[in-house]
Each structure stands twice: as structure tokens, then as C-alpha cells.
Design a protein around this ligand. Sequence first.
Ligand code: TXA
Ligand code: MG
Length: 317
Amino acid sequence: MAIIGTDIHQAKTFLEQGNVVGIPTETVYGLAGNAFNIEAVTRIFEVKNRPTFDPLIVHTNSIERLSEFVQFIPEKALLLAKKFMPGPLTMLLPKHSSIPDLVTSGLDTVAVRIPNHPLTLELLRSLAFPLAAPSANPFGYISPTSAQHVAKQLGKKIPYILDGGECQIGLESTIVGFENEKVIVYRKGGLAIEDIVKIVGKVRVNSHSSSNPKAPGMLKSHYSPRRDLLIYQGEKLGNNLDKIGYLAFQQYNSEIPKKNQLILSESGDYKEAAKHLFAYMRELDNMNIDRIYVELLPEKDLGRAINDRLKRAAVKV
Ligand code: TXA
Ligand code: MG
């Protein structure tokens, strides 16, 4: 069983040996390994049970160090990096040959991110290599926002989880790519599109489905709980209300017993809602119920990324 602790030196030792370790970030927990080491990267795919056509994000601690694994940084990328890194932003940049093809699933871009978490930044500073890290959940399940979530699902397969507390943002990073002069959003996430637009002007949002790795995180059933999850559209919920779980944005649904309901943010704060989202989906998944209804949020700010995750988690009818 994994040790859960705050010992950066211990985490560093495991990583230098080619092991994989759970690491905290402000978005979700990652399952990290040496991005330059094929055995460590292979182990990440195995532990997550993730298909190798789904590429990994490479994490480092400074913009300067990006040159260890990207060829160059386009002008708009540099603007965004200076504004939002460290932070919940991932950029697709031209890959350097130092990164094994396995990390990028053979693509010629590499996804790069500087996570904004003090423990992980210190860990990255102390290492001579960047860390490849997907979210630390079994492939297809809800992403972890605490060390305990990681331990519960992957604890038997990894030696160490660095405990950085509850994730402050709670949604995966926003992924952007660059084509000629255009900025393209491939995954809605913890950085609101509105904030990106303020820096680089208009962007194209291209986060639609398929199993094509150019459409990141976009596999059909993703972020899913074990119970059926359905989008609530104001319909009558019928009998057996005791067996229905409900994830509300601001207010309880008067039809359903309160004990089966969780509220993302009573005050309607998108950041608070994002921070609670995955933990509440897990909590509902563990209740004695048959199915979960969820409310969509207004389609703005982090509401867009929250809705994206809810729709992906929903059963397709
Ligand atoms: O917040 C986050 O981004 C977290 C933390 C741990 O950093 N990581 C994360 O990783 O969400 P993951 O592997 O669960 O999602 C990364 C997504 C994948 O869906 C993958 O398809 C996409 O990024 N991706 C990675 N490299 C790519 C590339 N070169 N081109 C297109 N998509 C890429
Ligand atoms: Mg993931």
C-alpha cells in the first residue's frame, strides 16, 4: 500500500529510481514519472490502465526549463505562459527529441504545464528531469482531488503519494494549442476561456468528442462514476425518490430527500462549485442510490468546464 506523506525527498528518491508517485497540483492529483525515462512512462500507462494513444502532460517548474523539452515557444504561447504559469493552463508546443514518443503518443507536439502547488514546485525544482503526469485516476473514472482519492484507487500499485491537501481548483487544466497565429482551446478546464481571451484575443474552441488524441480528454465516456449519471432537465422524477442522488448548483431540489443531495455552491460561486465537483460526484457514487441526477450550470466562466465534465460523465441515452 502506498505511503501517504509530505516528504519531498522520499518522493524524489522514488522518481529517480524510475518509480511512479502521486503528486498534488492545484487542479487534480497527478500520477508522475520521469518524462525522459521510457520504463517510468510505461509504468504510468499500466497503473492507470490507459491506452497508449492518449498522450501525457509534461510538468516542470519554470518557463526557462521548458527549453529542456520543447523546440520553441510561439509568441502568443509566451504571453499566456507569462500570465498563467504556474497555473491551470496546459499548452501544446513543438516537441523536442528529449521526450520519448510514448509520452506524446507519436504526436509532434508535447503538452506542457507548470502546476501551481508549493510541494510539487519544490519537488520539480529538485529533479533533473520533468515529470510526465496524467490525472491519478483509473482510466475513465473521476479525477482525484485529494491524496485519499488517489490511495483508494491506485494505492496498491504505487509506492508513495505526496499529500498536498485538497486541490484548490478541482478541475483539470485548460489545454490550448497554437496553429499559425490562432489559439485553439482543446479542453475546457480550470482556467476560464474568458481569461485567455483577455490576453490573446479571440480563440477557437475545439473541444469536441472522439477518440482522436488531438481532442484531449474527449473520449466518449470519461470522468464517469459507477452509477448512472443523468442531466436533470426539469422533468418529474417519479417513484423511488429515495434511490435518487442529486447534485445541485445552488439549491436543493424539493422533490428529493435532502440526505441524497449535495450543493456545489449556495452562493453561486463558480470557483467553489469547481472545487467541490469531483469530490461530490464521488460522494454521491458511494451513497445507497440507483442513479444520480445533476444540474448544469450557466454556460460561462468555469461553468463551461463543469458542464463539459458533467456531460461526459452522463450516460448516453
Ligand atoms: O490539470 C491537469 O491537466 C492534470 C494535472 C495532473 O496536471 N493532468 C491531466 O492529465 O488532466 P490527463 O492525462 O488526465 O489529461 C491530459 C489530456 C489527455 O486527454 C490527452 O489526450 C491530452 O491531454 N494531451 C496530452 N498531450 C497532448 C498532445 N500532444 N496533443 C493533444 N492532446 C494532448
Ligand atoms: Mg485524466
